[in-house]
Structures are given as structure tokens and as C-alpha cells.
Design a binder for this molecule. Sequence first.
Ligand SMILES: Nc1ncnc2c1ncn2[C@@H]1O[C@H](COP(=O)(O)OP(=O)(O)OP(=O)(O)O)[C@@H](O)[C@H]1O
Length: 235
Amino acid sequence: MYLCSGHVATALLDTNTLNNKETNVLALKDIQVFNQQEALISPFSATIENGTILAVMGPSGIGKSTLLAYLADSLPAGMNGKGEIWLNDKPLNPLPAEKRQLGLLQQAPLLFPHMSVEENIRFALPSNSPKHQRRELTMQSLASVGLSEHANKLPQHLSGGQQARLALARTLSSQPNALLLDEPFSKLDQSLRTDMRKLVLLAVKEHNIPAILVTHDPEDATAISHDTCYLSPAP
Ligand SMILES: Nc1ncnc2c1ncn2[C@@H]1O[C@H](COP(=O)(O)OP(=O)(O)OP(=O)(O)O)[C@@H](O)[C@H]1O
């Protein structure tokens, strides 16, 4: 079994840790993912504390996106996963995607093209957020990513960098328990990439949630992650 190195993994994964009600972590134990035929990665375990980012790296096709989909309970048909997923003191495995509430942000921002920037955010707010606060929450969210002036535009009228920021804001608006970031910077040029890294790190700290960042770029890992897991292929 592979254990991530570094301080994020120090409080690791014995039964006491997993059952400790004071522990604020996303804990992964013996996680493995499979395609239709075979295991893709060797089992690995990691803990990610609130407000910190674990970078996950590995060769193309090893199963990084599949890993995030397994955690979010959104695996494509025929793909599979196993291993324990704990959030604080709660096992997530029995819960469906909507109850896990893990914010999955993918490489190509998934935005509703027919909705304005503001509506894209508003739509993502939790259904129980009070009606009278919805506009304020939406505008706060847009301000946090510098998009206040673009509230009425359609996403297609935003630049690539602005679309990436909107997608981040939308994911955060759903008040996720953790962030799962699948190469969110890969389509951005160097200066936009630097800005987005800062925004992601700030968001993770402000929302005080754990995050997993799948990336090919070692600079992403060194710039904002607190630990790095290198996935290895299943033997
Ligand atoms: N929807 C799908 N249907 C069938 N097989 C899939 C599907 N998605 C991924 N796979 C297979 O699962 C394996 C892992 O794919 P995955 O996208 O998770 O790798 P990755 O490490 O994220 O790759 P990359 O770094 O290139 O994005 C690959 O062999 C791929 O062919």
C-alpha cells in the first residue's frame, strides 16, 4: 500500500484516527480504481486536512480522473473503485453523490451556456439557502473571483480565464465538503494559471475544506499543494 508522504499524511489512518470525532480530514484508505478489465492503480492511502491541498500526479491514463470520479460517486459505466472514503468521522462510501457533496471541478469548465454568469452561480447554491440571501451570496461569490462586473453576461462572452474562475466560483457556491480539482489550470496560459492557483489556494483556506488537485504540472504541486501523491500502476 502506498502512503502519501509529508505532513498531510502524518495523522494517518489507524482506526483511532478514523474514528476520532475531532479529526477534520478527508481520509482515503486502500483506494484503487479499475477499468472494465483490470485494476489501474496500486492501492494508496492519504489524509488531507481542512484548508490543505493534496496534489495527485501520475502518467497519462493511469486513472487520476477515474480516482476523482470514484470519490465523487460519478464513475462512468463499466469503471469501478474500492477503498474507504472518510470525511471527518463519517464514512462516505454508503452515500450517493448528492449526499457526499464533493465539489468536482473538471478541466473543461462545465457551465450552463444559456444562463447568465449570475444565474450559473445562483443555480448552484444549496437548495436550503434562504431566498432573501441568494442574491447576496451570488454577488459575494462573483466578487471573490473578480467577476462582479460580468454578472449579466453569458459564459460564452467571457474569456477562458474568466470562465475558469466562474467554474471555480460555481463549484464553491454549492458549499462542498471538499474540492476535487481535475487539471483545472491545464487550459490556461502561464499568467492566468498563476492567478487561478492563488484563487484555488485562497478558496480552500477560506472555506476551510480539504482539496485534491490532479495535475501533470509539478509546478502546480510545488506552488499550492501541501503534499503530493504519485500514483503507481497496479502490478
Ligand atoms: N468513460 C470511460 N469509459 C471507458 N473507459 C474509460 C473511461 N474513462 C476512462 N477510461 C479508461 O480508464 C483509464 C484511466 O483513465 P483516466 O482518464 O482516469 O486517466 P488519467 O490518469 O486521468 O489520464 P490523463 O492524465 O491522460 O487525463 C484509461 O485506460 C481510460 O481508457
